[in-house]
Design a protein around this ligand. Structure first.
Ligand SMILES: [Zn+2]
Length: 186
């Protein structure tokens, strides 16, 4: 199953293993053996990789005959603002390589930067900036594990302007440098 989001099968697999809520609403995990579908952050026992399909559209996954998981309730929208937040995160996942200001993100969803920041924080407990950093560092981890690219190449590919900022943010999120991370996971 092909999805339209900017993530490979293995990247999506890593997110569900980590129960990462960052990508909730962006894709769904459909388990072929149980015919159940979940949010990426679902805490239920993980299926075998071979039994998983990913969908980026909840209507498609339901049309394919999957039922919503009772535990993570992927079909339930928790707030009237959810669609707007989904649009913001979808934009960030798609455009993370670009230099994005808060104004760029706000323009994309058609609200003011001030309102965007406040609403986003209220709904996700994060800022659009910290969300974008999370997406970039997830991409860095994927590239560290799956390529031999230099740190500098990775830094610029994922949208950081300077290696020092890349190193700082990476260390804050992973408690080690990108090089240390690669050595540990290769
Ligand atoms: Zn679930």
């Amino acid at each position: 199953m092909e999805t339209n989001i900017n993530l490979t099968f293995d990247e999506m697999w890593d997110k569900i293993i980590a129960c990462d809520h960052t990508y909730d609403g962006q894709f769904y995990t459909a388990v072929k053996t149980t015919k159940i579908y979940c949010r990426p952050s679902c805490k239920s026992r993980k299926p075998k990789k071979i039994n998983v399909d990913f969908y980026d559209d909840i209507h498609m996954v339901e049309l394919a005959g999957f039922r919503a998981c009772k535990r993570c309730q992927p079909e339930v929208e928790h707030s009237p603002h959810t669609q707007l937040i989904k649009n913001v995160t979808a934009f960030l996942i798609k455009e993370y390589k670009q230099q994005l200001t808060l104004q760029d993100i706000a323009n994309n969803v058609g609200i003011s930067p001030f309102y965007l920041e406040r609403l986003f924080k209220q709904e996700t407990a994060e800022t659009p900036r910290s969300y974008l950093e999370k997406i970039r560092i997830d991409k860095a981890i994927h590239l560290l594990k799956s390529t031999d690219w230099t740190m500098l190449a990775i830094c610029y590919d994922i949208g950081f302007q300077s290696p020092s900022n890349f190193y700082k943010v990476f260390r804050r999120m992973n408690n080690c440098s990108p090089t240390e991370y690669r050595n540990l996971h290769k």
